[in-house]
Structures are given as structure tokens and as C-alpha cells.
Design a protein. Structure first.
Length: 165
């Protein structure tokens, strides 16, 4: 994947973050908390990518085979920030059990996206065959999504609040 495609991916996730922020009516403080959660989640994801590489589950094509290109992680900041805002809004509307659907649902979608992208010509990531890398990738995305939500909660406060209008 070339730098133009990576920039495009990061831009798509930035737009997604802005749209979710607007639709969720997030305050600037909540949006900043979500971005901070996305930043921590992305950094943790880079570390978990290195672990996955050392376990033989995947490797990256490019400057480092242990972790993805840095522009991927910039995009993940915005994606996880959008998921944190979405999680905040879902918890306010449906209560904490909503996270039991959001976290694995987001992980399932992002894991599927990883495997689809790895199957394309000139992939950024090459994933080993078998169920273990699939489970590992799912657990990676579940972990960082939950971490992003947790960081936003610590930074901004409770996910629940006044009744929605």
C-alpha cells in the first residue's frame, strides 16, 4: 500500500471521527477525551502488533516488519476516537450493557477488514493462516477498543449522564 492510500485511510477515519462527534453532540472536552483514548489505543495496538509479529501471527511489508506504517496508527487514533464517542452515546442511551455489543462488534468488523486488506495485492500486512492469528487479531482490536473507552472515561468522567433528549 502506498503513502497516498495510507493518507486516504487516515483521512477517512478523521472524517468518521468528525461525523460521529457531530452526530453524538460531543462537547470539545468529550471529543478531546475520545482522541486521547484513540491515541492510547493506537499506541497499545502498535505494541500488540509487535507481539503478534513475534508470535508469528503476522508481519508488515515495509520499513519494519514488526509493526505497521505509522500512518496506519494515525488512522487508528481517529477510528478508536470515533468508537469511544459512539460507545459513550450508546451507554447513555442503552446503559453499560451496550458496550458488550460495541466492543466485540467493532473488533469483528476491524478484524474482517484486516483479513480483507491482507488478501489484496500489495498488502501492508501479511497474516498467517489458521484460526490463531484470527483470534489474536480479534483480541487485539477488542483490547484497544475497550482501552480507548476506558481512557476517555478516566479523562472525561462517567460514560453515563443526564437523560438524552
Amino acid at each position: 500500500m502506498n503513502i497516498g492510500k495510507l493518507l486516504g485511510l487516515a483521512a477517512v477515519f478523521l472524517v468518521l471521527f468528525l461525523v460521529v462527534g457531530r452526530l453524538s453532540q460531543a462537547t470539545p472536552q468529550r471529543s478531546l477525551g475520545a482522541l486521547l483514548g484513540g491515541l492510547v489505543a493506537s499506541a497499545a495496538g502498535a505494541g500488540l502488533d509487535v507481539l503478534g509479529h513475534r508470535l508469528g501471527w503476522w508481519y508488515y511489508v515495509g520499513a519494519s516488519d514488526a509493526h505497521g506504517p505509522w500512518l496506519v496508527y494515525v488512522g487508528v487514533v481517529f477510528l478508536e476516537g470515533a468508537l469511544a464517542l459512539l460507545g459513550w452515546r450508546l451507554v447513555r442511551r442503552y446503559g453499560p450493557p451496550a458496550l458488550m455489543l460495541l466492543v466485540p462488534g467493532a473488533a469483528l468488523c476491524t478484524t474482517a477488514a484486516d483479513f480483507i486488506a491482507a488478501g489484496k495485492p500489495n498488502p501492508v500486512q501479511v497474516i498467517a493462516p489458521g484460526p490463531v492469528p484470527k483470534v489474536g487479531d480479534f483480541l487485539l482490536w477488542s483490547t484497544i477498543t475497550a482501552l480507548g473507552l476506558l481512557v476517555m472515561r478516566v479523562f472525561v468522567g462517567r460514560l453515563t449522564g443526564a437523560e438524552l433528549q
